[in-house]
Design a protein around this ligand. Structure first.
Ligand code: TEU
Length: 543
């Protein structure tokens, strides 16, 4: 496949910024867009002293009552005053582009805020012209709820509105009413918000809960989950068959893609949940008629519940399923963490060796065929922070696991304000020992490993564009090769076990990157010895 400049995202590393927690510049303890501008050189100043990422995804920055920290949008075409103004956003776009960084916003099409003017109108009367922009139903004749759907955050997905006595559907908080995407006016209005930002120079969007925008036309009950046991999450008591990955959603995806195609070089990445097959369908019937990318979250949770173990067999299975499930030409998109899940180290630290695993995970993420997404702070090994009861922020915590621990402010240095803010931050900081300043000049640090891996990837065609082939490996090791015609192949091996392992690499070569830096530069003839929990990349001799 030949790549044009509009295909930048195929070779990109994307960095997720949670704007509240990246850099505060106006002294309110909340990060802002000016702060992102000030930290752009850290992300990519064009030299290997910086992280070297290609694009930033900003979690929502739109006006919002912040019931779900911006995932409850009250104006899709504005900027929340906590983060700055439209002028700051325009400057951020320009400053990113000056450095060759692309900027992605977070589009939330499934629901608005209850304070969005559309919903204010919609709830005002049964015959308001915007009534049908949301999903309103009467109670059943026996007085029970319109159907059995549950909210992702727990509790019923329906709330009765006093004004008209009808119920409205909300798949998340009651402050987040679901839009009715079966109404063509809704679809047009939402697609116009994409055009609005494309016209302003935004390079693309992460698309929130892509898979839920189209529901069963009759809002039929979900079947119950026979495997559910008391104590399991309430929402998994049913199979989300009629409100998630419903077959017609894939047609809506194509119409969304068509708007991206009105603007060359823009990219859409969908937040989707399901099996590898369900995820693969979001790319379209053939590459190019669906989303550019759809997240594969299986390194975080292989099934919907339960976190994925750091285990070579599980990783191999996940990658094999992803590779098999995509249309020709499409590529996967993995992440080790995000603003909804415990941080990587905290998930893999039962024996206190999570930091070693984080090093190997960096090699995994940047060595696989995919567009990798790095969650801010992951590159310095930030961990979940215990949040005292009186500092909890996430409204979803009431019914599910709160997400505050993984959303704490970026730790730029060891000072009391961590270089993040001069005042008490909106969420407490983690341990001061984990910070950018300390890792910046330490060649053994996780940050240095991330930088070396990203820049190595940037200058290694087989890592950017090469195919994927699994390599034979002993139990406890996941190994694969990246091959591109005319280029030296790169073998990558990850030992997830706590004992050393040997991998046969008959072609030999040279170690070009390793979790243990002392291995780098070593010739490999026939086999590679991997210390416990280590990972390495080996470049084969020139073909
Ligand atoms: O998340 C969608 C989602 O279903 C989950 O990730 C959910 O947040 C998690 O299971 C709760 O424990 C997206 C956003 O990433 C999330 O931050 C928003 O709250 C949600 O949509 C609603 O917009």
């Amino acid at each position: 496949m030949s790549l044009g400049p509009e295909d930048w995202w195929r070779e990109a590393v994307v960095y997720q910024v949670y704007p509240r927690s990246f850099q505060d510049t106006d002294g309110d303890g909340i990060g802002d867009l000016e702060g992102v501008i000030q930290r752009l050189d850290y992300l990519n100043d064009g030299t290997e002293r910086s992280l070297g990422i290609d694009a930033i995804w900003l979690s929502p920055t739109f006006p919002s009552p912040m019931a779900d920290f911006g995932y409850d949008v009250s104006d899709y075409c504005g900027v929340h005053p906590d983060f700055g103004t439209m002028e700051t956003m325009d400057r951020l776009i320009a400053e990113c582009h000056r450095r060759g960084i692309r900027l992605l916003l977070d589009w939330v099409p499934n629901h608005t805020s209850e304070q969005h003017p559309w919903f204010v109108e919609s709830r005002s009367s049964r015959d308001n012209p915007r009534r049908d922009w949301y999903i309103w139903r009467d109670a059943k004749p026996d007085g029970s709820l319109p159907n059995n759907w549950r909210s992702v955050f727990g509790g019923p997905a329906w709330t009765r509105d006093e004004t008209t006595g009808q119920y409205y559907l909300h798949s998340f908080l009651k402050e987040q009413p679901d839009l009715n995407w079966r109404n063509p006016e809704v679809e047009q209005a939402m697609l116009d918000t994409l055009r609005y930002w494309f016209d302003r120079g935004i390079d693309g969007f992460r698309i929130d809960v892509m898979g839920m925008i189209i529901k069963h036309p009759d809002l039929a009950d979900n079947p119950l989950n026979g495997d559910w046991m008391p104590g399991d999450r309430e929402r998994s008591s049913q199979l989300w068959q009629n409100n998630r990955n419903f077959p017609e959603v894939y047609d809506a995806v194509k119409r969304i893609r068509a708007v991206f195609d009105e603007y060359p070089g823009r990219m859409g990445v969908g937040e989707v949940f399901g099996t590898a097959g369900e995820v693969g369908r979001y790319y379209g019937d053939e590459d190019g008629d669906g989303l550019h990318l759809a997240f594969n979250f299986q390194f975080i949770h292989e099934r919907e519940h339960g976190l994925t173990a750091w285990d070579a067999g599980a990783l191999r299975r996940i990658v094999a399923a992803a590779e098999e499930s995509l249309p020709p030409g499409a590529q996967p998109c993995y992440a080790l963490g995000n603003h909804d899940r415990p941080r990587f180290i905290s998930r893999h630290n039962a024996d206190g060796r999570g930091r070693e695993r984080a090093r190997a995970a960096a090699v995994l993420l940047l060595g696989l065929r995919n567009t990798p997404f790095v969650y801010y702070g992951e590159e310095i090994g930030m961990e979940d922070v215990d949040i005292p009861e009186d500092r909890l922020q996430d409204p979803a915590r009431i019914r599910t696991v709160g997400r505050d621990p993984e959303r704490t402010p970026m730790q730029w240095d060891a000072s009391p304000g961590r270089g993040f803010s001069e005042v008490e931050p909106w969420l407490p900081f983690g341990e001061p020992g984990c910070n950018v300043a300390d890792q910046d000049s330490d060649p053994e640090s996780l940050l240095s490993l991330y930088r070396r891996a990203v820049w190595l990837r940037r200058r290694t065609p087989a890592l950017l564009r090469g195919g994927y082939r699994e390599l034979p490996a002993p139990a406890g090791v996941f190994a694969w090769a990246r091959m591109l015609p005319g280029e030296p192949a790169i073998a990558v091996a990850v030992n997830t076990g706590v004992d050393p392992r040997e991998v046969e690499l008959p072609g030999g070569g040279e170690v070009i990157l390793a979790t243990d830096r002392s291995m780098e530069g070593a010739p490999v003839s026939g086999r590679l010895v991997l210390p416990p929990l280590a990972a390495a990349m080996v470049r084969a001799p020139r073909p």
